[in-house]
Design a protein around this ligand. Structure first.
Ligand code: KIV
Ligand code: ZN
Length: 498
């Protein structure tokens, strides 16, 4: 019998901190339900004190989800804990995740405090959270750089105070795998009463070692792993759920298993990528577009003779449907619907009609329609409800001519037109747009990326626009990158023009 590893998913809390990738409550509920179907044990649904939106998401996810424990994050502050407890009111199983920084960096520079005082606060916040819930998880922030002897004292004290789970985050992603594994082992060897709690890993990927560190933590006794779908998260991200689940499934000799229904991994990966407008790196382990693509002749030959020559995972085990129906301009509604379902997207019949029309237009311009293209189209109809919409855009540019753009906007039903020249086609179009929308706004970041390959590909544009000291994010995708840029700009403006 293998031992069980609890999967604690923090896509909706740590993962959602990626700039420009924030989700609304409805999108978070969709993901939470998919996480439930995937089989995660705990869903960290948010940090309720941080914003009314986060509070509301924790409330709504608690109502929508049945089996997984719903967890809410707090600092070691009573008010945070009060608000988290209130947000968790409807959860069938609930957990408060509280904690404080334990490394010298945090104690001295962040808190201007001492080890003794931090220890007191750790005990106090654990006891305070216990007034509300039985299941309290304590995190020792920056445990990766915390001296092991002090860390052991904190872990022992919070377990005595009632913590049921103790999280050992490598917050900065600094530890080497051997060092992180030894840290977990040290705790098992030095903390009295450690068997009363579950020890959890929480590794960041700043040096590309998050998964290796997590696995080493597990090999040394941790029985909960904190992970995100596609490894998303601030900076270089968190440990990927799919990597941990598939490592444990592939290496049976480790003797540890999870509840994850691995066939749901790929659709959920694409659902998260699409809702967060965050492409999955093509060579990403398990879920990248190329993860199972054998392009070299030698590999293809080997795979055709026996798939095990170069493939250690059956793509179907992670939900990749190899019998993909190739979508072309001749594909019908049913084929598109099937593909969207495989990708985890359910649309109403009306929405499907709209997406199908867009699909046909794209299929006229582009030979191969990839999953990412389809997901873009499925996400696009969100813009239909925007206050400012692009009616038309005409741009003249080339070598030896000054680019000129004319633009038509529909603002809350009223039509406006303007024209301008600029030092490039995007500059001309944006100058024309600014003649209509006379606000002070500056583009802080402007990123154009191809989705697949080929000159007929769609370009994705992420834009960060500053208005009155606040940054707003805009996104669009289009085969015309000038149009995508203007649409992304409008998407950002729609977030502050009410
Ligand atoms: O990385 C970290 O230390 C965290 C804690 C707040 C759990 O995300
Ligand atoms: Zn973290």
């Amino acid at each position: 019998m293998s031992e069980k590893l609890f999967i604690f998913d923090t896509t909706l809390r740590d993962g959602e901190q990626v700039p420009g990738c924030q989700l609304n409550t409805i999108e978070k509920i969709e993901i939470a339900k998919s996480l439930e179907t995937l089989g995660v044990d705990i869903i960290e649904a948010g940090f309720p004190i941080s914003s009314p939106g986060d509070f509301n998401s924790v409330v709504e996810i608690s109502k929508a989800v049945t089996w997984p424990t719903i967890c809410a994050l707090t600092r070691a502050v009573e008010k945070d804990i009060d608000v988290a407890a209130e947000a968790l009111k409807y959860a069938k199983r609930k957990r408060i995740h509280t904690g404080i920084g334990t490394s010298t960096y945090h104690i001295q520079y962040k808190f201007n405090s001492t080890q003794a005082e931090i220890l007191e606060r750790a005990i106090a916040c654990t006891k305070y959270a216990k007034r509300y819930v039985d299941d309290v998880e304590f995190y020792c922030e920056d445990a990766g750089r915390t001296d092991n002897e002090y860390l052991a004292r904190v872990v022992e004290a919070v377990i005595q105070a009632g913590a049921t789970v103790v999280n050992i985050p490598d917050t900065t992603g600094y530890c080497l795998p051997s060092e992180y594994g030894e840290k977990i082992r040290y705790l098992f060897e030095h903390v009295k009463g450690i068997e009363k709690a579950v020890i959890s890993t929480h590794c960041h990927n700043d040096l590309g070692m998050a998964t290796a560190n997590t696995i080493n933590g597990i090999l040394n006794g941790a029985r909960q792993a904190e992970v995100t779908i596609n490894g998303i998260g601030e900076r270089a991200g968190n440990t990927s759920l799919e990597e941990v689940a598939m490592i444990l499934k592939s290496h049976k000799e480790i003797g540890i298993s999870t509840n994850i229904n691995t066939q749901k991994i790929f659709p959920l990966s694409r659902q998260v990528s699409s809702l967060m407008n965050m492409p999955v790196q093509p060579n990403k382990a398990i879920v990248g577009r190329n993860a199972f693509a054998h392009s070299s002749g030698i590999h293809q030959d080997g795979v055709l003779k026996n798939v095990q020559t170069y493939e250690i995972i059956n793509p179907q085990d992670v939900g990749i449907d190899e019998n993909n129906i190739a979508l072309t301009a001749r594909s019908g509604h049913a084929a598109l619907k099937h593909r969207l379902q495989v990708l985890g997207v359910e649309l109403s019949p009306e929405k499907l009609d709209m997406v199908y029309e867009e699909f046909l237009k794209l299929a006229d311009k582009k030979k191969d329609i990839h999953d990412d293209d389809i997901l873009m189209l499925a996400g696009k109809d969100r813009s239909e409800m925007q206050r400012i919409r692009l009616e038309y855009l005409q741009v003249t540019s080339g070598v030896g001519v000054r680019p000129v753009a004319s633009i038509g906007l529909n603002i809350a039903g009223e039509k406006f037109e303007a024209a301008a020249s600029g030092n490039g086609p995007v500059d001309a179009a944006i100058k024309a747009l600014k003649q209509i929308i006379r606000r002070t706004m500056t583009i802080q970041e402007f990123l154009i990326q191809a989705i697949n390959k080929g000159s007929d590909d769609m370009g994705k544009v992420h834009m960060q626009v500053e208005h009155e000291g606040v940054n707003y994010y805009g996104f669009s995708a289009n085969t015309d990158i000038i149009a995508a840029s203007v649409e992304a700009y409008i998407d950002a403006i729609n977030k502050f023009v009410k």
